[in-house]
Ligand binder design. Structure first.
Ligand code: HEC
Length: 464
């Protein structure tokens, strides 16, 4: 089992509440002083990084024995973090091939060759996601980005040769608690091989949800093989998903091409006719992030049957008093079949039979088992705003009970890319465990609106 409950003087993940977090940041800086330890401005720079950053935002995952530490081959606890980082090759293969080190000691040149820096520098996300689709996610995975002060502090440490001792960065930098927030929205360039889709711009009324669908046929009769998916959305989006349809959609239900189908009418009532096609949806790819660039592992591609199209699904939740504009670009990149060694399949584990009593915190658990051996290479959770924690554990076989995935943020759950994949032998399974805080005076159940709840694990896998 993994040890995720590490004792520490301050753990923002346990507080979860951003307001509390802000109030407590003063406490971060004085953390440890009470028991007579050295004030920050008298500590070695690396010790400040360790106690103020790694210990509070990283070691719940990067701790010896955890699945996350195995996936990343990186331990950041104070006993060995320095030697794990400095003058060490990244575990990520693509970063290795690009000649990066985790942290080098040549000063400024090392900054530009530092994989650690690439992984935490939220301000440069744009470059990170567009140029390096195989670098995984920005760290901390699933949490708030590091503050600009923390980043500046780490940057100074690297520029000054990343020493284990000595003071090379100014601790007052940590007082800057601003964080990188949103990426500017701009159109994607069309893929060299594949398709580009553009939805919108469309308006979203104040204090309303707008969920819509738009069917784009693809005029190709051969199967297509999807190797990469890029999505960018104007701010305010709850999610965007590419679906396709099952083979058995009755002809009278099959939607009209190139027409916006809203899920709710002007009175906020469900439009039943637009609900039926959803019963025949097959998930292809999607995200809750304003920007996603996902590439399947080398040799792996998702197959889409010839003649099928994509049903584009956008969901905006406008919690402001002003009209909001929604807009999305999506790129589907394809490869020739000859380049495909493993055909990817979509993992879509949906627990839709539950109720969450009012004014209570409830944890739901649901197990799913597989009949064949599968290799899972992507996982991400989907739930709505009452979800406070979403965990996935392995069930059965080697590593029974291991924590494989965790999300605390319903809006932007981490998309975990697993290379090498998690292998489940035939008969083994996954346990989904999600906790919800139902602060409302009504029972919550599964439903499509952002005010209803969901408990879904999406992902991708291939069979041998
Ligand atoms: C919720 C778990 C989680 C948290 C919290 C987390 N990480 Fe990670 N980290 C991972 C996983 C999983 C990977 C491998 C997948 C990837 O790179 O996206 C990883 C990979 C990395 C890598 C790349 C290692 C390599 O050699 O390929 C670095 C560097 C890293 N994390 C640094 C950090 C730092 C610094 C923090 C805290 C600021 C942090 N992580 C917080 C889970 C986590």
């Amino acid at each position: 089992m993994n040890n995720l409950n590490v004792d520490m003087c301050f753990n923002p993940r346990k507080l979860r509440d951003k307001l509390l977090l802000t109030l407590l940041v003063g406490g971060v800086l004085s953390c440890g002083k009470d028991d007579g330890s050295v004030p920050l401005d008298q500590m070695a720079t690396y010790d400040v990084i360790q106690t103020q950053i790694w210990d509070t935002q990283c070691i719940n995952c990067h701790v010896s024995g955890s699945t996350f530490a195995k996936q990343s081959d990186l331990i950041l606890t104070s006993d060995i973090s320095y030697s794990q980082l400095v003058n060490r090759q990244p575990n990520n293969k693509s970063a290795q091939e690009d000649g990066l080190e985790l942290v080098g000691q040549e000063g400024l040149p090392s900054l530009f060759k530092s994989f650690l820096w690439e992984k935490i520098n939220a301000n440069d996300q744009e470059h990170f996601y567009s140029d390096h689709p195989l670098y995984g996610a920005i760290m901390p995975l699933g949490g708030d980005f590091l503050t600009n002060g923390q980043l500046e502090f780490i940057r100074d440490w690297i520029i000054n040769g990343a020493p284990s001792d000595g003071m090379v960065a100014d601790v007052t930098l940590l007082e800057d608690e601003s964080r990188f927030e949103e990426l500017e929205f701009e159109p994607l360039t069309a893929p060299e091989s594949g398709f580009q889709f553009h939805l919108g711009p469309f308006e979203v009324e104040p204090n309303r949800d707008r969920e819509l669908f738009y069917y784009e046929p693809i005029d190709i009769q051969e199967d297509i093989f999807i190797s990469q998916v890029e999505i960018v959305m104007r701010p305010g989006s709850h999610h965007f998903i590419f679906y396709t349809f099952d083979d058995d959609v009755p002809i009278h239900i099959f939607p009209q091409e190139k027409t916006i189908r809203d899920l709710y009418d002007a009175n906020d009532q469900v439009i039943a006719n637009n609900l039926f096609p959803l019963l025949y949806h097959q998930f292809v790819a999607g995200t809750q992030w304003p920007r996603m660039n996902y590439r399947y592992p080398e040799g792996v591609a998702l197959k889409l049957q010839g003649g099928k199209g994509f049903d584009l699904n956008a969901h905006y939740a406008n919690r402001t008093d002003e009209v909001m504009v929604g807009e999305i670009y999506g790129n589907i990149h394809t490869v020739p079949e000859s380049e495909v060694q493993h055909v990817a399949e979509i993992l879509d584990l949906n627990h839709d039979d539950f109720s969450l009593p009012p004014q209570q915190v409830t944890t739901l658990t649901k197990d799913f088992f597989f009949n064949d051996k599968i290799n899972i290479f992507q996982l991400f959770s989907h739930a709505h705003e009452h979800m406070t924690e979403f965990k996935v554990f392995k069930v059965g076989g080697v590593g029974d009970g291991d924590l494989l995935y965790i999300a605390y943020d319903w809006e932007h759950p981490p998309i975990l890319e697993l290379d090498p994949p998690i292998v489940l032998q035939a008969g083994e399974g996954l346990r989904l465990e999600a906790t919800y805080n139902n602060w409302e005076n009504r029972t919550l159940r599964f439903g499509l609106r952002s005010t209803d709840e969901m408990m879904i694990l999406f992902g991708a896998y291939y069979k041998d």
